[in-house]
Design a protein around this ligand. Structure first.
Ligand SMILES: O=C1O[C@H](COP(=O)(O)O)[C@@H](O)[C@H](O)[C@H]1O
Length: 267
């Protein structure tokens, strides 16, 4: 591990030499947070995304985590989903299920996947309704600052264009302020129809972890994390600032290689 706990403007950077180390640190972090949160409030509400992040979460279904985590307290949500059938190769649910969720003893009704038999619009509405019920019954916390749910942890990946969840650069979805969950039908990355948490929901979370690896994302990591001045292009990942929570970036050395002062991260 090159620099485990660097901080930049309230953001914690965890930069790792290898994907193996990153993956273990991520599993340790999630496991500790889950233990603390379940002790405090009896449930752990985690929302995950799709993409390369999912395989990095795969350690959770291995020793020691499989036995040590109190899975009965977990409620799993999706920060974004593609509007495809659950058995489609593009489904974020399928990817997570095949990679690790199916090997974990969750309470089945606590896996809050997004309805794949509806249009993206209707699925977003229904998903928000489900989340509202769970806030009402206090399974999910409520933010005291915004009119939003307060997830215990939202885990995001980031695309090469800086998108997080299905919030894409220069897209009007970035301006959505009232809905908790919304949909798009013109995603620049296929498939075009998607359901996504909105920025206010992500920024109301108690903890947000952004997990990014690979040199092809290094420029975008730099734009998202460093102060690059007013000419910065639209980078959704840069808009992630929990209003009453913590933000951690889990990076490998390649993704961190263009951060200001990156040389201090190498040996
Ligand atoms: O389309 C999506 O892309 C992002 C990033 O994916 P990656 O494969 O480049 O890591 C992902 O976080 C998001 O959930 C997904 O729908």
């Amino acid at each position: 591990m090159a620099l485990p706990g660097a901080r930049r403007d309230g953001v914690e950077l965890r930069i790792h030499e290898t994907l193996e180390e990153l993956s273990t640190d991520l599993a340790d972090y999630i496991s500790d947070l889950s233990e603390m949160t379940i002790k405090e409030r009896g449930a752990f509400c985690i929302a995950i995304s799709g993409g390369s992040l999912v395989s990095l979460m795969g350690k959770l279904c291995q020793a020691p985590y499989l036995k040590t985590i109190d899975w009965g307290g977990w409620h799993v949500f999706w920060a974004d989903e593609r509007a495809v059938a659950k058995n489609h190769a593009d489904s974020n649910y399928k990817l997570a299920k095949d990679t690790f969720l199916s090997k974990i003893p969750f309470v089945p009704s606590y896996l809050h996947s997004i309805n794949d038999s509806l249009t993206a619009e209707k699925a977003a509405e229904e998903y928000e309704f489900v989340i509202r019920q769970l806030v009402r019954t206090r399974v999910i916390g409520a933010s005291e600052i915004s009119d939003c749910p307060k997830f215990d942890l939202i885990v995001l990946g980031m695309g090469c264009d800086g998108h997080v969840a299905s919030l894409f650069p220069n897209h009007s979805v970035l301006n959505e302020k009232s809905d908790w969950v919304t949909y798009i039908i013109d995603s620049p990355k296929p498939p075009p129809e998607r359901i996504t948490f909105t920025l206010p929901v992500i920024n109301s979370s108690s903890n947000v972890a952004v997990v990014v690896t690979g040199s092809n994302k290094a420029d975008m990591v730099h734009l998202a994390i460093d102060d690059v001045g007013p000419e910065c292009p639209s980078v959704p990942a840069k808009m992630i600032h929990p209003i009453d929570g913590k933000l951690l970036w889990f990076l490998d050395k390649s993704a961190a290689s263009k951060l200001d002062g990156a040389t201090q991260f190498s040996d």
